[in-house]
Design a binder for this molecule. Sequence first.
Ligand SMILES: NC(=O)c1ccc[n+]([C@@H]2O[C@H](COP(=O)([O-])OP(=O)(O)OC[C@H]3O[C@@H](n4cnc5c(N)ncnc54)[C@H](OP(=O)(O)O)[C@@H]3O)[C@@H](O)[C@H]2O)c1
Length: 332
Amino acid sequence: MERRTIGAATLEVGAIGLGCMPMSWGYSRSQQRGDRSLRAVHAALDAGSTLLDTADMYGPFTNELLVGRALKERRADAFVATKCGLLVGGDAHVVADGRPGYVKRACDASLRRLQTDVIDLYQLHRADPDVPVEETWGAMAELVTAGKVRALGVCATGAPTARRPGAPHEVTIRQLERVQQVFPVSAVQAELSVWAPEALDALLPWCAARGVGFLAAMPLGSGFLTGTLTPGQGFEPDDVRARHPRFTAEMMAANQPVVAGLRRVAARHGDGVTPAQVALAWLLGRGPHVVPVPGTKREEWARENAAAAGLALTARDEAEIERLPGARGSWD
Ligand SMILES: NC(=O)c1ccc[n+]([C@@H]2O[C@H](COP(=O)([O-])OP(=O)(O)OC[C@H]3O[C@@H](n4cnc5c(N)ncnc54)[C@H](OP(=O)(O)O)[C@@H]3O)[C@@H](O)[C@H]2O)c1
């Protein structure tokens, strides 16, 4: 698989990574596959998808434990990206904690769960509104100095919407400018996909101009862009898509032209090429600093997604994807 560099030239990863979240968090618990998810991690690593994206919050904690079991056997094959700063409370509410002492304890706990002595990329999941972000970031920088972490990243908060207006990602960019004064940012992680292109406006160029890597989260539109979901199929109550306006039967039907467009492009590339692969190949074309992290718990999809690194889209394909109608349904 093609290799890409993230931030400093020493951080090299396979062009397509693996998002480990669906193995333990976000989507329906009844669909989780327990230890069988490990096969997806191994399939991804075998295919050259070295970057494994996890977080202490996923599970919580069980996702890092799972990744740790895979790493125990083959740490050298993987680039481990995890996150701190978001916790799941007893009532399942998510809260930010950016206190320096907490961040240091969280890192030690992640290292234990991941069964490793160093995290390749430690990402701030969310800034804590009660703690100056420079203080949180300073503590994370000390973890680099201590040799527990190789590089630091920031997860962007959501793009602007009707309820949260503003220039695309302006809050995140202000935050990035502040933390850059303290310690270099090696990667930014934010949602980016064919149906959620907002990061293209300002965030992606901000990263490109500074040699900062960009991890494209939710690159398959939480599964929608793969064409394997059916309008009206319904989602279990613990699946984030059950509450998501884009996953109502009406909006899934309204957004079918996006999937149809990806299907048309895929068909031109021959049998076996899928809309998911086209969606990932399109992301790779957004810049040499972009690394999509498609999430899956299935080995066959991990393999399929990794193979998208070998799919070369033509100018005609790109133009057709650019012309697709904007997705309907607000993200919040
Ligand atoms: N920083 C943040 O705040 C943040 C937020 C969200 C996500 N993320 C990161 O981004 C990663 C990706 O996001 P995501 O997992 O939410 O969304 P995604 O990658 O857009 O889509 C994942 C969904 O697509 C399905 N899928 C994957 N490959 C497929 C294929 N080839 N064909 C058909 N279906 C396929 C998966 O099914 P199965 O689950 O059944 O395999 C899963 O339901 C996460 O794992 C996480 O690491 C970060």
